[in-house]
Design a protein around this ligand. Structure first.
Ligand SMILES: [Zn+2]
Length: 338
């Protein structure tokens, strides 16, 4: 241990005792897209003893520009991201345990995934999953580290249930469906991934080693293209917060499911978590570069590869070309955005 982790042990914030804590820690990484794969590599190298990695997608060539964990061979084999990541992590550090799960994180899976882990690091690409993580972590009193990046902008915040504000204390609702850009519609550059992941991983190390006074206790925002950096204190939990104040864990109930396989039609219907009204011309503008788009006043149709997404004005969508909810949710998160 001394040789491999010697430089980290020399660092006064970690030391010998901190390294033992890292080796004994169990971290859940939700999502293994750009941020998730950056977290996984950093935590494996730091010697976090057990990494549970959950992702529902496969490696594609368009991932390689920023998802540093994956190789051309992973994309050619269309390996599940969780499995490809686990393979590489075992080569980076054979002394830790890596547990891949090819799974959709939803109300029926999140609590089981969380159960034996000490904390959660957000590596996902959509708000629906983040509110789910927030509810589950507050309910089970586990810390989690929110992080997101799109374009050249990124944001992160660390949540310690009942000690600091939770995600819903700060953002009561997720942005309405189709209102926010996604990496698949507006692009993303790798440097912002590295910055957000670096802050999230540092916070993870502080939490595991018990150095709560070193946490940044804020909503940190960065734009590496506009050269803007902002830090807003997040303060204490709000008493009227539905999640950490009132204990209503809405996203954990089956009523929040919002997805259904349409029998015999090779299609899945996804419903948005909150009512909204989509502006079709704005959405069409974003999708036009990525595939064929047509719309009228009632619906928008978008074809990409073997899939066809039909989006209604209330953001409900029918995704043809699959009968798997995980694939449909992934396409919805990428192209419509939640
Ligand atoms: Zn709260």
């Amino acid at each position: 241990m001394d040789e491999r982790y010697s430089r980290q042990i020399l660092f006064s914030g970690i030391g010998e005792q901190g390294q033992h804590r890292l080796l004994a820690a169990r971290v859940l990484i939700v999502g293994c897209v750009a941020l998730g794969s950056a977290h996984a590599e950093a935590l494996a190298r730091a010697g976090v003893g057990h990494l549970r990695i959950v992702d529902r997608d496969f490696v594609e060539p368009s991932n390689l520009q920023r998802q540093t964990m994956f190789t051309e061979s992973d994309a050619a084999k269309r390996l599940p991201k969780a499995v490809a990541a686990a393979n590489h992590l075992r080569e980076i550090n054979s002394e830790i345990e890596v547990e891949p799960h090819i799974l959709d994180v939803n109300h029926s899976t999140i609590e089981r995934l969380l159960e034996t882990c000490d904390l959660v690091i957000d590596g996902t690409d959509n708000f629906a999953t983040r509110y789910l993580i927030n509810d589950a972590c507050v309910k089970h009193n586990k810390a989690w580290i929110y992080g997101a990046a799109v374009g050249s902008y990124g944001v992160t915040m660390t949540i310690r249930p009942h000690q600091s504000a939770c995600l819903r204390c700060i953002f009561e609702e997720a942005p309405p469906a189709a209102s926010a850009p996604t990496c698949d519609t507006s692009g993303v550059i790798m440097p912002i991934i590295n910055i957000v992941s670096a802050v999230q991983v540092s916070e993870t190390l502080k939490l595991i080693t018990g150095q709560h006074e070193a946490l940044h206790k804020s909503l940190m925002q960065f734009d590496v293209w506009r050269n803007e950096w902002r830090r807003i204190g997040t303060g204490a939990p709000r008493e009227d917060c539905p999640t950490c104040g009132l204990g209503l864990y809405e996203t954990l109930s089956s009523a929040a499911e919002g997805a259904a396989v349409l029998c015999g039609r090779d299609a899945v219907q996804i419903s948005p978590s909150q009512p909204t009204r989509i502006n079709f011309s704005t959405l069409a503008e974003r999708l036009r570069r990525l595939g064929e788009v047509k719309f009228n006043e009632y619906l928008l149709r978008f074809k990409t590869g073997n899939f066809e997404l039909t989006v209604f004005q209330d953001a409900r969508s029918i995704i043809r070309g699959t009968d798997e909810i995980a694939i449909a949710r992934s396409l919805y998160a990428k192209y419509i955005g939640t």
